[in-house]
Each structure stands twice: as structure tokens, then as C-alpha cells.
Design a protein around this ligand. Structure first.
Ligand code: C5P
Length: 308
């Protein structure tokens, strides 16, 4: 190493946000088993931290810390699949890493926690291994891992089409305040999509996001946004988990401007007028026996980023 060369990194830490869906429009299942989606994502201030440390050649180790029931700690973990894919496509299969996932995003909660971990692992290892990989190449790998992974890299507010993975940033002003009602048990995303198929005969018409939603984001007005958020998977999630209807109703009564299931659920998201309204709703909702835990978050926040 020359005198002024950068020392090699031995540890890289990345913070990755959860997402909620402000709009989720779902079309009929395609032949590949996926549904065409139009999806407006917002990244919110609930994070998983992914740490990548150098490890001997080819070894990919994984340690889980925090909220993790049912998360695989082996090769099935999406973060491990992400680093294997990154090494194969842009590095060398001999590259090793020890990953630690510090989880606070609810598992199987409809907030893309597993996708966040995969996005974090991609970014962390691209830096740790000093790979020559461009952001759009990372995004392409992310899309191969799962429909929500590219958004975890991007963050902010964005509209996703295709499987939800073809992203365009959306102009959003100000900060929106949310309360999240977490469930003790997760919901399987494939199961919710399957119930969606059973319950609905979606029209072949093009999926669209209401102009009013884009306008509400542009102006940053929570009251306007509340009138136009929506989730086509909500009926399927409520059919599988009827108790969630009461949770949504309770949040509305407590003063939330809007209440909806996040993605495939079961997390319920409550849009509040401002921070003090969110504090009030979260305190009262936390006393509800049907609600396992509450989190108060804001959005949009940035996507996966390096932290010291
Ligand atoms: O892409 P990801 O692995 O996160 O998707 C999980 C599951 O959700 C898929 O296996 C599929 O059953 C369902 N899905 C879908 N249509 C989409 C995205 C996901 O049916 N656009």
C-alpha cells in the first residue's frame, strides 16, 4: 500500500428505512404469478441497521439482533442471497462477509423489512468490497431479489410500476406524521395476494394513482392526503385478519385522519395531522389490547445510507 492509499475498510454500517404504501393498486395475476402494481411508496423513520465486516474468503455469516421471530438465519435470508448475488455479478464468489442485522422493522409486517435488509446488505458489501458498481446496477440487482428491494435503496417518496419495482421519485413537500399499529403475528405476502385473487376480479383497465394524491404530496397537506390514500390488498388482509378492522376503526376514532393496512399487512398505518396529534394517537392506541405495539414515525426519509 502506498503512503497515501486509503486503508481497507473492515466494517461498514448501513441504515435502511421501512416503507408504507400510500396507494397500492393491484391488477389481475399475470402468467408469471406476479400481479401488475401501481404503488406509491413512502420511506418512514423506522430502520434496520445492516453491518458488514470482512470475513475469510467465501464465508457469508449472519447474525440477527432485535425484532426477528421467524427470520431465517441461513442461506434463505434475503440479505445473504443479496450478497451472494452481488459477489457473483460484480465481485468474486470468493469474497466473504459477516453480516449483522439489527432489526426494528416488524417481521412479515407489510413494511418491507426483509427487503430493507437485502438493500442494506447490497450497499454495505459494495462498499466493504470496494466494488466498481454503479447505483443503477445495484438497483437492477435489487429488483432481482424482490419487488420492494429497489425502493429500500431509493427511499423518499416514489411511484413503482411493473411488479412495483420500476421506480420514479415523486415530489413530496414537508413531513407526514404516522402512527403504526403492530401485530404480534405476521401475514405472508403470497398468502394475501392469493386471497386477493380469490376475492376479486380486477378489471383489465390500466392501474392509476389519483391525481389528487400527487397533488396532496406536492402541497404536503396531510388532510388532503388522508382523503386519497388506499390499498387494494386491504380487503384480502382484513379477510385473513378480521381483528385488524377494529384496530383501523379505533385509530380513526382516536383522531387519525386516515387509517389503512400497510402493503400486505398486518401493520396498520394511521396518518395524523401533525406531530402532537401523532403523540396523542400513539399513546391511546398503545393501550388497546388488540395492538401489540405502536411506533410513531415520520416520512419521507432517505433510503439506504452509510452511517459511521
Ligand atoms: O417480490 P417479492 O418476493 O417480495 O414478492 C413476494 C410474493 O408476493 C411473490 O412471491 C408473489 O406471490 C407476491 N407478489 C405478487 N405480485 C407482485 C409482488 C409480489 O403477486 N407484484
Amino acid at each position: 500500500m502506498s503512503a497515501d492509499a486509503e486503508p481497507e475498510l473492515e466494517l461498514v454500517r448501513v441504515r435502511v428505512p421501512a416503507k408504507i404504501n400510500l396507494a397500492l393498486r393491484v391488477g389481475p395475476r399475470s402468467e408469471d404469478g406476479y400481479h401488475p402494481l401501481v404503488n406509491v411508496f413512502q420511506a418512514v423513520s423506522l430502520f434496520d441497521d445492516v453491518t458488514a465486516e470482512t470475513a475469510p474468503g467465501g464465508e457469508v455469516g449472519l447474525q440477527l439482533v432485535g425484532e426477528q421471530p421467524g427470520v431465517p438465519a441461513d442461506e434463505d435470508n434475503l440479505a445473504v442471497r443479496a450478497v451472494r448475488l452481488l459477489a457473483a455479478e460484480h465481485g468474486d464468489p470468493g469474497l466473504g462477509v459477516r453480516l449483522t442485522l439489527r432489526k426494528t422493522i416488524p417481521v412479515a409486517g407489510g413494511m418491507a423489512g426483509g427487503s430493507a435488509d437485502a438493500a442494506g446488505a447490497l450497499l454495505a458489501c459494495s462498499v466493504l468490497w470496494d466494488l466498481d458498481v454503479q447505483p443503477d446496477q445495484l438497483t437492477a440487482l435489487a429488483a432481482r431479489l424482490g419487488a420492494d428491494v429497489p425502493f429500500a435503496l431509493l427511499g423518499g417518496t416514489a411511484i413503482g410500476t411493473g411488479r412495483g419495482d420500476v421506480l420514479a421519485p415523486v415530489l413530496s413537500r414537508g413531513t407526514f406524521h404516522w402512527v403504526l399499529g403492530l401485530s404480534a403475528q405476521g401475514l405472508s405476502t403470497p398468502r394475501v395476494f392469493a386471497r386477493f385473487d380469490e376475492l376479486s376480479t380486477p378489471a383489465e383497465e390500466p392501474l392509476e394513482v389519483p391525481d389528487a394524491l400527487m397533488e396532496a404530496l406536492r402541497t404536503g397537506r396531510a388532510e388532503a392526503l388522508a382523503g386519497v390514500v388506499g390499498n387494494d390488498l386491504q380487503a384480502a388482509a382484513l379477510d385473513l385478519r378480521p381483528d385488524l378492522a377494529d384496530v383501523l376503526e379505533r385509530g380513526r376514532r382516536l383522531g387519525a385522519l386516515a387509517a389503512l393496512v400497510s402493503g400486505s399487512g398486518p401493520t396498520c398505518a394511521f396518518l395524523c395531522a401533525d406531530e402532537s396529534a401523532a403523540i396523542d394517537v400513539s399513546t391511546k392506541l398503545g393501550r388497546e389490547p388488540a395492538v401489540h405495539a405502536v411506533r410513531r414515525v415520520h416520512g419521507p426519509v432517505e433510503g439506504a445510507r452509510l452511517i459511521s
